[in-house]
Ligand binder design. Sequence first.
Ligand code: ADP
Ligand code: MN
Ligand code: MN
Ligand code: MN
Ligand code: MN
Length: 369
Amino acid sequence: MSRDAQQLFRFYQDLSHLTQRGSTIAEYVWIDGSGITLRSKAKTITKKVEKLEDIPDWNYDGSSCYQASTHNSEVIMKPIAFYPDPFREGDNIIVLTETFVWADDTFKTLVPANTNFRHFAKRIFESGDHEKPWFGIEQEYSLLETKNKFVIKPLGWPSSGFPGPQGPYYCSVGANNCYGRAIMDAHYKACLFSGVKISGTNCEVMPGQWEYQVGPCEGIEAGDMLWVSRYLLGRVAEDFGVSVSFEPKLFKDWNGAGCHTNFSTTTMRAGTGGMDYIHGLMERMSSKHREHIELYGDNTKRLTGHHETSDPTKFSYGAGNRAASVRIPTSTAADNGRGYIEDRRPASDIDPYVVGAAIIDTCILDESL
Ligand code: ADP
Ligand code: MN
Ligand code: MN
Ligand code: MN
Ligand code: MN
């Protein structure tokens, strides 16, 4: 780019000096009919938004999001949380929404849209409230290079064939091994700006793959913040001309991508139940293994018993064991059960509302166990 073009580019990149005359731009975000992909559109609110009630319900064309038919296309968005917008800055906001459709053509009753699992999860999260469930979610993802808007290969990979075998890439430093650090860093700062509780990040085992962690968050906030963090990641990568993939297993012989879900209750954090409490939880988890696998994203190719994953047909757990369904951190085992557990089964494309609700239901609510 010439110097002038560069200056123009910067000017249009940063328009924060232009006054909005008291109006707020609200970017409404929703989960589309795929249950994985996020979409968004913007609305002007002619004042500064101070509280959730200042943000009106809105709607979008569900027939263009795999979510509704053309003749009954409206999906209604109800705001559930809002965050400072790191892209537009100022008082502008990102609005996370739950989605609903009309039950029938009397337009009197709204029912949750097909991918609004939060609506159901909310009640389970509320019922588990007395044990104050905390979640820390490790989101793994792959960056994909695009050319003329088409995805061509994972970021940094050679134009034909595969890079050298896995080994040097995890937590690596250097242009030969680490691809996409600027994207990771911009996303990290965007999350902190927005108030998303991002707790760390690292480069992963497959080149072009990364991880960040959200949490610990209490209750359903873990799901809200993970979805917002994914939205921010997609937007940052877009500005770099890169696409984000939450596909759990891109290549057979390479590490897949997960969403390890770390979990604790008041009892575990206080350590009052000792290791007996943890063993009890593992029995509960074991009895629900099959149901959990159904709810834990697309694990058909990822859970193989290889590449730091467990056998999907058998529940297993162990202290410090990265080939088990659930790992007990050695710090938790060494401190007689004071700490947390790590469910390693969830795939990178999970809905965290579904996984969180399943864990609460099994570990806190199920009285038949
Ligand atoms: P790993 O060793 O599996 O790569 P990470 O450091 O990537 O672990 O992630 C650990 C996650 O566990 C973090 O998101 C952190 O917030 C979370 N965590 C820590 N303590 C707790 C706790 N008591 N309850 C729930 N999550 C926790
Ligand atoms: Mn239109
Ligand atoms: Mn991790
Ligand atoms: Mn990881
Ligand atoms: Mn982990």
